[in-house]
Design a protein. Structure first.
Length: 225
């Protein structure tokens, strides 16, 4: 009769010095062998490598791993991984921010649908942040999206007109800095109308969108700031 021996390894994590994925650890041990203790940390995440010495020599930063990107910070990793609140509802005038609104579905949901709501973008720096705005309540006044400073918008919006299967489209002008959806001629007639703006260069926002409109359709772009 054959006999088998089961080998069991115990992994114990304890302490408060090694930072990984938002948690703090001091020493990572396999049985009684110390893998690594990290004595000093910055904002980079670290992975300990097996070693019987107690120093920082064999600690590898996550940013050194192929595919993780050089210089990734805690905030940047959180930005990619945060899926806990995909929906942000906008119900009052105010500025959007990268930490709260970037990469999310920002619902234009003015309660009652009859008061103007103005959304202000941050300054464009070329950082690549994108903001998606979607109508969730049809506003019989205006939904307004504006830039700040010398920023301008470049791109286009396509709108489904109220006459059969007709579509119309508008391009930005060189000085366009504002989008207005008024629930009639300039779009925003239907729930689901959307526009997206991406920070593609300093002072420049790239815009695309699909809306529905009625009456004598008109461009939603203007120079208003």
């Amino acid at each position: 009769m054959k006999k088998y021996i089961l080998l069991t390894f115990t992994l114990v994590i304890c302490g408060t010095s090694l930072a990984y994925a938002g948690y703090d650890f001091d020493t990572l041990r396999i049985e009684d062998e110390t893998v690594e203790t990290v004595s000093s940390l910055d904002s980079t995440y670290y992975i300990p490598l097996y070693d019987t010495t107690n120093d920082d020599a064999d600690v590898m930063a996550v940013t050194d791993i192929p595919g993780m990107g050089a210089g990734s910070t805690n905030a940047e990793i959180d930005r990619v991984a945060d899926v806990s609140s995909r929906i942000v509802t906008l119900v009052a005038d105010g500025a959007v921010t990268e930490s709260v609104n970037e990469g999310k579905i920002n619902l234009l949901g003015e309660v009652g649908g009859n008061a103007s709501l103005t959304v202000t973008l941050p300054a464009a720096t070329g950082g690549g942040a994108c903001y998606h705005f979607k109508v969730s309540v049809v506003n019989t006044s205006n939904y307004v999206i504006q830039v700040v400073g010398n920023d301008t918008m470049d791109g286009h919006i396509v709108s489904l007109a109220d006459g059969g299967d007709t579509t119309v489209g508008w391009e930005t002008a060189s000085d366009s800095d504002t989008i207005t959806m008024n629930a009639t001629t300039k779009g925003g007639v239907s729930i689901g109308d959307w526009v997206e703006l991406c920070d593609t260069a300093a002072d420049q926002w790239s815009v695309t969108g699909v809306t529905t409109s009625s009456g004598t359709e008109a461009t939603p772009f203007s120079a208003a700031i």
